[in-house]
Design a protein around this ligand. Structure first.
Ligand SMILES: [Zn+2]
Ligand SMILES: [Zn+2]
Length: 254
């Protein structure tokens, strides 16, 4: 199994997971041309994708899904709430498949477990992937950590965790008060310290990759996210990966 990223942050998100010949994209906040260019960096084109999973309806995750899915001629999975909201926005893909919180399903060689997260969207979910031998957990866009999230993400071999902001930077920054409150609220985004506290709880002996994701360009910096997550594990800062808005993340093998 391997995973990679086309780009991560409030301007657009898309992740890839592959097991055997099965390739699944998670979210697509990029239009078809951008997505194509970014896929090429990972050696792929749209037609290589077997399915797209959508975490929630926000534009940075759902914007390009319908068009890229049409190009890839692939199935698209999402929660009922995400489908309703994308429908209301006029950008739902054709015949989306519906997944339920905690109910496993398979796409080719990948087994996928959706789990619910608290975020200011209708029915946001994130995912844990397994190829039968290893597990990869993905978490972005969550305002706080719930016990069921901890359970879903425990014992993974690779983790991507949202490190949206550094609290002090957000506080001192130029964002309007209401936006600051939204970001740091219970339905907003995880800060570096919250991600580190989660990592401390769920990290097991098999952990091979930890990647910080969805970093705010204004309210965070890669070295702050790295330091927070490395502090939780007691590892070297450069062992922690960071998924970048422009360059994403190169393939990582499990
Ligand atoms: Zn987002
Ligand atoms: Zn969001």
């Amino acid at each position: 199994m391997r995973f990679g990223c086309l780009g991560s942050g409030s301007k657009g998100n898309a992740w890839l997971v592959q097991a055997g010949d099965t390739r699944v994209m998670i979210d697509c906040g990029f239009g078809p041309r951008q997505a194509g260019n970014r896929l090429a960096r990972l050696g792929l084109e749209a037609s290589d994708i077997d399915a797209i999973l959508v975490t929630h309806e926000h534009g940075d995750h759902g914007r390009g899904v319908a068009q890229v899915a049409a190009r890839a001629r692939c199935s698209v999975w999402m929660s009922r709430g995400t489908r309703d909201m994308l429908e209301a926005q006029g950008c739902v893909p054709q015949s989306p498949r519906i997944h339920e919180d905690g109910v496993k399903f398979s796409i080719g060689d990948l087994e996928i477990t959706p789990y619910a997260v608290p975020h200011d969207a209708r029915e946001p979910t994130h995912f844990v992937f397994s190829d039968g031998a290893r597990r990869f957990g993905l978490l972005t866009d969550a305002g706080h950590v719930t016990p069921s999230m901890e359970k879903a993400l425990s014992g993974c071999d690779a983790l991507v965790l949202e490190c949206n902001h550094d609290i002090a930077r957000l506080d001192a920054g130029s964002y309007p008060y209401a936006l600051k409150q939204r970001i740091r609220g219970r339905l907003g985004h995880l800060d570096n310290a919250a991600a580190a506290a989660l990592l401390r709880k769920i990290a097991g002996g098999s952990l091979k990759h930890v990647v910080a994701a969805h970093l705010s360009l204004q309210n965070n910096a890669p070295e702050l996210a790295r330091a927070a997550l490395a502090g939780a594990l007691g590892c070297a800062h450069d062992w922690i990966g960071v998924a970048d808005q422009e360059t994403g993340l190169d393939w990582r093998e499990l």
